[in-house]
Design a protein around this ligand. Structure first.
Ligand SMILES: *Cc1c(COP(=O)(O)O)cnc(C)c1O
Length: 388
């Protein structure tokens, strides 16, 4: 079914066998990327065949890592709507505005894509339990996909995550531990205990397959726009998996002859209380120092350090894009602004992209002619306690 060939280290290109579970590369302690035989994939799947495919992210099976269809653990994730937002666009000065609404995914956020792919591979390769540090939504998605296949899931979250994230993990039968600290502290606990406990660590970019799930957002954008990518993409950035994944997808699609060399300007939007990528971008660094005392109501953006920092910074720069931060006040005010003008009730993280867009319009970095896509990465319904 698939054309996965091997995994490669994103720093030194060393190859790793695809038939076992890996975390970071053993050579550089860097993220691993899945590599495909794209020539064969392009022969097996042509864009016009997609019309008959299942309306989930698994419609792109030839460029997905799962090798047997029976190993696919799915709840219907992906192939989310790309909605026109002309009224909102006109009011802010970007009339060609669209919103990719990831809030309609299973578990209410785009974390479903990554965890569907990752848990499927754990199942395919015989893993027996998973563990994850989560700022909130990744925990819920892990719990859901683990429940679907009957794998034990161990989830570590900061104790002040939105209530919905805690309640769903427990309902879905996961073992939840609340930590007095940040996602980075949760990550440390998983790293310390995983070997002894026999857990496979599915932390963002510390295994190769969550990014494969998230990259399908890039395939979908291209397909939904009839193979012409937008001019600008605004992405609310925590660990950066979606941004990195879409950048990978664009390269794969070009190699398969589905798109040309043009790329959207990739814009990373962060919260001003936790903006390590923005700071590194502005300083011209190719890696980001961890942010001290990270604080924002947008829990998905409260990621002080990301292992994929260099991949994000590279994609933002190669695309001619930028990175900018918005305050909690700005992103909270953008929730009703987006909702009332589009019918989409966004997560605070998704609303942050609207606040970011307004700044780019003011500074002249986005113009009236640009075709702009905002990523609403989750539903506002998971944040009722935060919004109250
Ligand atoms: C996790 C999360 C993000 C950040 O995504 P990354 O791919 O880690 O950068 C943004 N929004 C929501 C709602 C999230 O759950």
């Amino acid at each position: 079914m698939g054309f996965l060939t091997e995994l490669v280290c994103t720093r030194c290109d060393a190859a790793f066998a695809k038939n076992q579970l890996w975390n970071l590369s053993t050579c550089c302690q860097a993220p691993l990327f899945a590599k495909y035989d794209l020539e064969s994939a392009a022969r097996a799947l042509r864009p016009e065949m997609l019309i008959n495919r299942i309306p989930t992210m698994w419609r792109y099976a030839e460029v997905m890592p799962v090798e047997e269809e029976s190993h696919r653990i799915s709840l219907g994730e992906g192939f989310t709507p790309l909605l026109q937002a002309a009224r909102l666009g006109r009011s802010v000065g970007a009339p060609n505005l669209m919103i990719k609404d990831e809030g309609v995914n299973p578990t209410g956020s785009f974390k479903a894509r990554g965890l569907s792919a990752a848990i499927s591979k754990v199942f395919e390769l015989g893993g027996t339990a998973v563990a994850i540090p989560s700022a909130g939504n990744a925990g819920g998605a892990t719990a859901a996909y683990a429940a679907r296949v009957g794998l034990p899931a161990h989830i570590f979250m900061p104790k002040d995550v939105p209530e919905a994230n805690r309640v769903e993990c427990e309902a879905l039968g996961a073992k939840l531990e609340l930590v007095d600290g940040l996602i980075s502290d949760c990550g440390r606990i998983v790293a310390e205990r995983k070997d002894e406990e026999g857990w496979f660590d599915v932390s963002t970019l510390k295994e190769p397959y969550r990014v494969e799930g998230k990259k399908t957002m890039g395939y979908e954008l291209a397909e939904q726009l009839d193979w012409e990518l937008p001019d600008v993409i605004l992405y609310p950035t925590g660990g950066g998996t979606g941004l990195i994944g879409m950048w990978k997808a664009f390269e794969e699609m070009q190699q398969m002859g589905w798109i040309g060399v043009e790329r959207p300007r990739m814009v990373s939007v962060q919260a001003s209380g936790c903006a390590p990528i923005v700071r590194a971008f502005e300083a011209g660094e190719d890696q980001a120092e961890p942010w001290v005392e990270a604080k924002t109501v947008a829990s998905g953006l409260r990621v002080p350090g990301a292992v994929g920092d260099f991949l994000m910074l590279r994609a933002i720069r190669e695309s001619g894009g930028t990175a900018l931060s918005v305050t909690d006040e700005e992103l909270m005010a953008a929730i009703p602004e987006m909702a009332s003008a589009t019918g989409i009730f966004p997560a605070p993280e998704g609303a942050a992209t609207l606040a970011g867009l307004k700044k780019l319009i003011t500074s002249g970095q986005v113009s009236e002619d640009d075709r702009v896509v905002l990523f609403n990465t989750g539903t506002g319904l998971k944040y009722i306690d935060v919004l109250r």
